[in-house]
Design a protein around this ligand. Sequence first.
Ligand code: HEC
Length: 118
Amino acid sequence: MKKGFVVVWIGLSALSGCYYDNAEDLYGTTPCDATVVTWTADIQPLLQAQCVSCHSGASPSGGKDLSTYAQVKTHLGGVVSRVNKPVGDPLLMPPSGPLSTCSLTKLDAWVAAGALEN
Ligand code: HEC
């Protein structure tokens, strides 16, 4: 009984300690919450802000329109590959420089959860 309590307490302290350290290390003072990531709230606004200016319209860059869910889903492999290229790689997207760590974390989480239109 007493031992169980101590184990749980240590477990909780370790978890909260870890969470705090990671958030501080990776994202500075702004925490990145990638626990619930949706197309509507996170991914679409991200692509809209970072990609759609080039990847939409009559002749989208690279022939890839990224302005709708269906098109993003079709090109998902290329999207994930291009945003994760190393800095300095000419294939990195967006061309101006890499997405933030938080944006990449959210994209990963969304893809891992099945890339749903949620
Ligand atoms: C400033 C314009 C610009 C922005 C912003 C931009 N791209 Fe691109 N993108 C291009 C151009 C130009 C190409 C074609 C040349 C190439 O393949 O690198 C391209 C190619 C691509 C391709 C490969 C297409 C193929 O040939 O299969 C993908 C995937 C892609 N971009 C994804 C993205 C994503 C995701 C974002 C946002 C995170 C983004 N791009 C932002 C200009 C842009």
